[in-house]
Design a binder for this molecule. Sequence first.
Ligand code: ZN
Length: 209
Amino acid sequence: MFKKELLFWNVDTQFDFMSELGKLYVSGSEEILPLLKRLTSLAKENCIQVVNTADYHFPDSKELSDTPDFINTFPPHCMADSLGANYMAETQPEEPQVIPWDKVYSIEEIKKLTSFRNLVVLKDVFDVFEGNPNTQRLVKSLAPQKVFVYGVTTNVCVDSAVCGLAEQNIQVFVIEDAIKELPNIPLPFEKWDALGVKRIQFDDIDTYL
Ligand SMILES: [Zn+2]
């Protein structure tokens, strides 16, 4: 029932990053909201599964600091059970199956999860493969050939997701006009090119579906 070879990967499109009222607002990120909405609809219309990743921190998280350097440490954001951890309306997953980072799922449980269209993977660090012990096995079980990545931020969590996926022999596409970066951190484009990651525009996505 799903297009098993395709997977959309929605990175951290949460209130604290994307709203001007958010705790770690990424300047200009609201500009990509219309395309995020279209990606959410496109996945639904085409029965494409979506892995939605989400920062979900407790106060002792190692990336949080009261004196943040905005490179390795950041002020408290996307705190567990806070409104700031919610997705923006444009990417709100329908009937989400939430996979917390503090529980290790069995292979059978992971298999069961992959029968749902929207999976939400919570994480406590930038890298979703490091920050949730279930991510690797979830991707293996979904076994996509092509993954389309979008969200925030280009040079932190999008970068970790893109590299983690590309290293598993999956063709990774980044929707260039549906990502947004943080200032003062180098951009990862050369590294992505070296990994064979394709950067495409939203308008061209039909060519690859
Ligand atoms: Zn975070």
